[in-house]
Design a protein around this ligand. Structure first.
Ligand SMILES: Nc1ncnc2c1ncn2[C@@H]1O[C@H](COP(=O)(O)OP(=O)(O)OP(=O)(O)O)[C@@H](O)[C@H]1O
Length: 358
């Protein structure tokens, strides 16, 4: 299963606007030249300023960033857990996502109606949380009798039953599973919605983006989850503009140093528990995606399964060491290029060449 981030939010929160901005980029064509991507999946490049620097050292013709996938999930409404709106279809889509990005409306615009008649981020967040909790309650209540039955024939399941009962108690008290100290690995089979990591996107207007007090209030509302502030409408207009330098200039005028979409891609990637390693040569400089703590053969397998099967060694230099010495040759002379074996745990920013047998 691809590690995707599901975008949820109340109607008119700005999900489609954000999703459109996310999908209108050229990463898709570069990274997935032959693949068909579902229309509700947006593939976004993870900004990485190491790539142009590495490409310069190796004279690479192309640069390919790591990517993160967002799935546009139809709007959630109060009662979704009871089948309101798109109800169950919505819930099954969200179940398949590894993390959830909730778009919350902060912008005020008389012309854009709010389902509850007023803009109130706190109440919107709690509406969605309640629906997810209710959906999980149904899942857990249904699962417990089955798990109890299975546990009679299999002692190993006892901790799972205990965890499910504990989850039930937390959910009944209105607490999302991720906010408890429950070992969610035990409950993986249930794909609980509130066990997934959350990212909050606060969709603001220009004045709100400059209002530090307001932003701090929103951060406090969702901590320890990540809060990202952006103006989805403005970001989508910037993407339409198609001129990155001009877009950055316009953002800078608003006091924004990095496009919100870039921040979202970075935070999303990190929330999914992913990291990158780098390969470089005349053809391309590329960031590859691996799970944090992946070993060298697992990393090789991301390029090709044959690389993993026939893995011998990995020649590795850290990005910082390479930059300090300027070229591979000089880094080698300084003893900074290492040969690592199959137990090596990859570090973020390792620049790698794999040796393998096929
Ligand atoms: N930051 C913003 N400032 C002002 N208007 C915005 C902003 N973001 C989105 N909008 C406007 O709000 C309206 C609703 O946005 P959008 O259609 O993206 O919402 P949605 O969450 O996808 O809604 P639905 O779930 O009903 O499809 C649109 O007219 C959009 O242009």
């Amino acid at each position: 299963m691809a590690l995707t981030i599901g975008i949820v939010g109340l109607p008119n929160a700005g999900k489609s606007t954000l999703f459109n901005a996310l999908t209108k980029n050229d990463v898709l064509a570069a990274n997935y030249p032959f693949a068909t991507i579902e229309p509700n999946v947006g593939v976004v490049g993870v900004p990485d300023d190491r790539l142009p620097r590495l490409a310069e050292v190796f004279g690479s013709a192309k640069q390919l960033p790591a990517t993160v996938e967002f799935v546009d999930i139809a709007g959630i409404v109060r009662g979704a857990s009871e089948g309101e709106g798109l109800g169950n279809k919505f819930l099954s889509h969200i179940r398949e996502s590894a993390a959830i990005c909730q778009v919350t409306r902060v912008f005020r615009d008389e012309d854009v109606t709010h389902v509850d008649g007023e803009v109130n981020p706190q109440s919107d967040i709690s509406t969605i949380q309640t629906e997810l909790i209710l959906a999980d309650l149904q899942t857990v209540e249904k699962a417990i009798p089955r798990l109890e039955k299975e546990a009679k024939g299999n002692k190993d399941l006892a901790p799972v039953v205990a965890a499910a009962k504990e989850a039930l108690a937390h959910l009944e008290a209105g607490t999302p599973v991720i906010d408890t100290d429950l070992d969610t690995a035990l409950l993986r089979e249930l794909s609980l919605l509130t066990a997934k990591p959350f990212i909050y996107v606060f969709n603001c207007d220009a004045d709100e983006l400059a209002d530090e007090d307001l932003k701090q209030q929103m951060r406090d509302l969702v901590a320890p989850a990540e809060a990202i502030f952006l103006d989805a409408k403005f970001e989508s207009e910037l993407v339409e503009l198609g001129d990155e330098d001009e877009a950055r200039e316009m953002l800078a005028e608003m006091g924004v140093t990095e496009p919100g979409l870039d921040v979202l891609a970075r935070v999303g990637f990190d929330t999914l528990g992913l990291q990158t390693y780098l390969t470089a040569g005349p053809k391309e400089t590329r960031a590859w995606t691996i799970k944090k703590n992946a070993t060298a053969p697992e990393a090789a397998g991301v390029i090709h399964t044959d690389f993993q099967k026939g893995f011998i060694k990995a020649e590795i230099v850290s990005f910082d060491d390479l930059m300090e010495h300027g070229t591979m040759q000089k880094a080698k002379e300084a003893g900074k290029v290492r040969m690592e074996g199959k137990d090596y745990v990859m570090a973020d920013g390792d620049v790698v060449e794999f040796r393998f047998n096929v």
